[in-house]
Write a protein that binds this ligand. Structure first.
Ligand SMILES: *Cc1c(COP(=O)(O)O)cnc(C)c1O
Length: 419
């Protein structure tokens, strides 16, 4: 069960992987650059490439495969649902869709008791945020055209969600974007206080900014944001697309960061379907009633197969006590990683971690490449940061194997003067 040695993985790169990558380059749009590997199979926290090299998957499809690959509960639920009723459109509903909406109510808004929220089901994170954007517009009407987002925020790539995303390189080729969005420094209560007014419809935040390198909002910010938005009559919308569904050891990251804060809107996607595409916008109070017939829609959203996968994810996390597992493993692992030479700090919570690297080890993307050659999949959301977002079923042995290999990689890069 150990991943291939560096030699084996490297020697594989020239063959079947290369052939598929050439065909990919010929036919698939170049939106993602050249993929690192061609993967053909996964089991638990392990994946195999087209040449048979094995990897420990510490990225899980970017915080998606929370139960790992080919989890029997998801396989069974999807198989059962698609062989019973696969797709129906939103002219109809299904027990799976209704049960999922009921579950999401309890998961996103546990403190308020059952039945306080309503869900809109979509297919991705960006779509979950598109629905949130429309809710903000409906809440705002003509008198509240402004929407606030945080610097370094990532909320998705479709035009509405892109308007909420901060990175200039993602935005500028596609302007004009939907208007009214303003960015304020993340975690700065005074900045928020200054810009909030009766013309603001909503504030959207990630509790931990994942794409920005796993940066958690400072203590007290969400509480202040709730107080200030409520006083101004604006909605507080929390994007839990990456941080939700147990990733940080709580069902929602904001439950752990700010237990007393009840947002108006929560968005989910990534981990929700355990690998099956699904997104959800869950709203409470007035925000839950704003979207009416004809105002929003999706052909696939609420699809019974995707809903069945999400129900299996929720049941499995509960039955196997995985929230506790995420916290325990995450804390122990972060402490070990934080002590390594070449590491400045380990940010984040549970199994969403950013490993800060000193300059001397070179760009994080090169460290990630070294790790891939030695059989570990991670990514580099920033030039000085590696991100870990592994399956919750990662074993202690696999986590420790990564710590050992990262130690070796960093020491060898420091010795060779990689910067
Ligand atoms: C990934 C992500 C999104 C976008 O989700 P997609 O499914 O890629 O559209 C939105 N918000 C956050 C915080 C994310 O991490």
């Amino acid at each position: 069960m150990t991943p291939s040695s560096a030699d084996t993985a490297a020697s594989h790169e020239a063959s079947v992987n290369q052939e598929w990558l050439q065909r990919y380059a010929n036919t698939v749009m170049n939106t993602f650059g050249t993929p690192g590997r061609v993967l053909v199979r996964g089991q638990g926290a392990h994946v195999w490439d087209a040449d048979g090299a094995e990897y420990i998957d510490l990225l899980a499809g970017i915080a998606v495969n929370c139960l790992g690959h080919a989890h029997p509960a998801i396989v069974a639920a999807v198989t059962e649902q698609i062989s019973t009723l696969g797709h129906i459109s939103n002219f109809f509903t299904s027990p799976a869709q209704v049960r999922l909406a009921e579950e999401l109510d309890g998961l996103a808004f546990p403190a308020a008791g059952p039945g306080v929220s309503k869900a809109f089901l979509a297919n991705s994170g960006t779509e979950a945020n598109e629905a949130a954007f429309k809710i903000a517009r409906l809440h705002g009407g003509a008198g509240r055209p402004r929407i606030l987002a945080l610097e370094n925020a990532f909320h998705g790539r479709t035009m509405g969600a892109l308007a909420l995303t901060h990175k200039e390189a993602y935005r500028s080729p596609f302007e004009p974007l939907p208007g009214g969005v303003e960015f304020i420094p993340a975690g700065d209560v005074e900045a928020l206080r200054t810009v909030l007014g009766p013309d603001v419809a909503a504030l959207i935040v990630e509790p931990i900014q994942g794409e920005a390198g796993v940066q958690e909002l400072p203590a007290g910010y969400l509480e202040a944001a709730r107080e200030l938005t409520s006083a101004a009559g604006a909605l507080l919308m929390i994007d839990e697309v990456q941080t939700g569904m147990g990733r940080t050891g709580a069902w929602m990251a904001h439950h752990a960061l700010a237990p007393d804060v009840t947002p108006d809107v929560v968005t989910l996607a990534k981990g929700l379907g355990g690998g099956v595409p699904i997104g959800a916008t869950i709203a409470t109070g007035r925000a839950a009633e704003l979207l009416g017939p004809g105002q929003h829609g999706t052909t696939f959203g609420g699809n019974p197969v995707a809903a069945a996968a999400a129900l299996a994810v929720i049941d499995t996390i509960r039955e196997q006590g995985l929230l506790q597992r995420v916290s325990t493993l995450g804390d122990r692992w972060a402490a070990a990683l934080g002590a390594l030479e070449g590491v400045t700090e380990v940010r984040g919570r549970g199994l969403l971690r950013g490993i800060g690297l000193i300059d001397g080890v070179g760009p994080a993307s090169q460290v990630a490449d070294d790790l891939a050659r030695r059989g570990f999949i991670v990514n580099a959301p920033r030039p000085d940061t590696l991100r870990l977002a592994p399956p919750f079923v990662l074993s202690d042995a696999d986590a420790d194997a990564f710590t050992t290999t990262l130690t070796e990689v960093l020491i060898s890069r420091l010795r060779d003067g990689s910067s």
